[in-house]
Design a protein around this ligand. Structure first.
Ligand code: ZN
Ligand code: ZN
Length: 291
């Protein structure tokens, strides 16, 4: 399984020479299975570079998209996504029902007048919407050889974390953007740790670390964690390959390199996510059930 980080900046895109190492585009990533199946998580401005990769695809013109929530930094790349305007593509857009809105309703709203020149009716691709049901023992989506599971996480208005397992290779990853660990209830924490650890600790964890431990108290209720909490959660879950994501637009490369150094004092294998980075994910731990 291979993960490409199209963008991992939080809140706002940033640009310029001070941001070249970690990148300035907001959240969007692509997961590719060993069988060539691809799926996309979130549609921030980082979707543009993923778009450029996939539009060259000739054979497989079916794409599953999983949305964590509908804040604009995770959705603003959607209206210009080129497969939407191409009748040879089929897009399955999956997302949670949040604050009374289904994923289909959200998509129609973001493409409604006066926000964009073309509305959903003008999209030539076949677009299918699918609300994620509440997580239970059987709730999962199969995308080629990949299994996708999810659980709600603590964030204003709601958000979900995703876990992707690839049974053929045993590789697994968990993606948790926009999560406020400090404010999470005991139940929310337990559900998330379960997602991270069952059937075995994921090989890779990506976790929101927008704030610094010194300032996170000032931003309580804003929906994000500190990089230190990201390290603590990875340690609790027994996951060594941690990528801290959702970097604040206030942080330039110098500041983010310093944070990465601090995080590595706690967990030597911790890294900060870098835009454009491709992460090869391999099975690193035996299944806890022994199979
Ligand atoms: Zn965000
Ligand atoms: Zn958010």
């Amino acid at each position: 399984m291979k993960l490409t980080l199209g963008g991992i900046r939080g809140t706002n895109p940033v640009t310029g020479t001070a941001y070249t190492d970690f990148g300035g585009d907001t959240t969007s990533l692509m997961v590719e299975g060993a069988d060539g199946t691809r799926l996309i998580i979130d549609m921030g401005t980082g979707l543009r570079s993923i778009d450029q990769k996939i539009r060259r695809t000739r054979e497989q013109r079916l794409l599953n998209i999983f949305l964590t929530h509908y804040h604009l930094d995770h959705l603003i790349g959607l209206p210009a996504f080129s497969p939407l305007y191409d009748s040879t593509w089929t897009l399955k857009i999956n997302g949670p029902r949040l604050e009374g809105f289904s994923v289909g309703e959200v998509m129609h709203r973001i493409l409604a007048r006066p926000f964009w020149p073309l509305q959903m009716e003008a999209m030539r691709a076949e677009v299918q919407f699918s609300d994620l049901e509440n997580p239970g023992p059987d709730s999962q989506r199969l995308v080629g050889g990949m299994q996708v599971r999810w659980c709600p996480i603590h964030h204003p208005g709601g958000c979900v974390a995703y876990r992707i397992d690839e049974p053929a290779t045993g590789a697994s990853m968990v993606f948790a953007t926009d999560i406020e660990w400090h404010e999470s209830t005991g139940l929310e924490r337990a559900d998330f740790i379960r997602l991270c650890t069952v059937p075995k600790p994921a090989d890779v964890l990506l976790f929101d670390g927008q704030f610094s431990p010194e300032t996170s108290g000032k931003y309580r209720g804003w929906g994000h964690s500190s990089w230190k909490e990201a390290v603590e959660v990875a340690t609790t879950a027994g996951i060594r390959r941690l990528f801290i994501i959702h970097h604040s637009p206030e942080r330039n490369d110098i500041s983010l390199h310093a944070i990465e150094g601090e995080a590595q004092k706690m967990l030597a294998t911790a890294r900060l996510g870098r835009q454009g980075h491709t992460i090869e994910i391999a099975n690193t731990l035996p299944n806890s059930t022994g199979d």
